[in-house]
Design a protein around this ligand. Sequence first.
Ligand code: Q46
Ligand code: ZN
Length: 309
Amino acid sequence: MKCRRCREPAVVDVRRHNAAFCRDCFLHHCREQVRRAVEEHRMIGPGERVLVAVSGGKDSLALWDLLLALGHRADGLYIGLGIGTYSDRSHGFARRFADERGLRLHEVDLAHDLGFDVPEAAAATRRAPCGACGLSKRHLFNAVALEHGYDAVATGHNLDDEAAVLLGNVLRWEVGYLGRQHPVLPAAPGFARKVKPLIRLGERETAAYCVLGGIDYIVEECPMAEGNRHLGYKEVLNALEDRSPGSKASFLFGFLERGHPRFAEGSAREQEGLSPCRSCGSPTTGEVCAFCRLRERVGAEPRRERRAG
Ligand code: Q46
Ligand code: ZN
């Protein structure tokens, strides 16, 4: 197998593109895919500051590295979820990545700063942990971005993630979610812009990017992911992709081009009826936002010492 770009021996193949690459040309291919996604969807403007949501896994660390390689100003945000040794280890990978490169990493610890962790929230709500976890992460990414004046929050959702979410939304015809499923959600009062620059790269590509690019990441999966519906959707999509490479990309990109505009209008109207949460000020449809309701349910009191004044 020869590299498509330079004809040297290839080390990795990308079936979707019917191509193989040597190390350097593969890293170049990944940068190109992210550059295209950022430009095509106008995710980040020149000179803007980006806050990268970093979990210590392959996608978020590859994302941070790629944005910096493309010349963007990007800092990281790590959220300690309190999921046992998995959280401790993932924190270590995020911290080391930042320290070795002299990067700024913001840190929020759910238990320490907000008074509850993901296992406690799951127990209190008697629901799968991913619901409370995702809600908390979204709330905090947004809050930290607004507090520090970042222009956008970037998350490491890749092509596989987005195709799986799309399949789930289509299977249940979640028209509201379909209207909001887009690689860019523009800023609105109380909301920072959200961007997903990895949508043109699959899971295998982000892992290969880390391995070939010398990025250490946590390989073990979150132990609380079990029962997460998206894992099943990914299996189904992988089986389709195996038979016909490119299926995932055409499913997702076809939706973004031709399906999404039909659902987007309805979700824009939903945004209009929002008012500030009585407790934290985030925009919400009720009096108190979902994150503050969750905190009330868990009976959370921040464990950090109160600062004087
Ligand atoms: S960290 Fe949280 Fe994920 Fe673990 S509990 Fe679920 S949502 S699986 S990305
Ligand atoms: Zn609130």
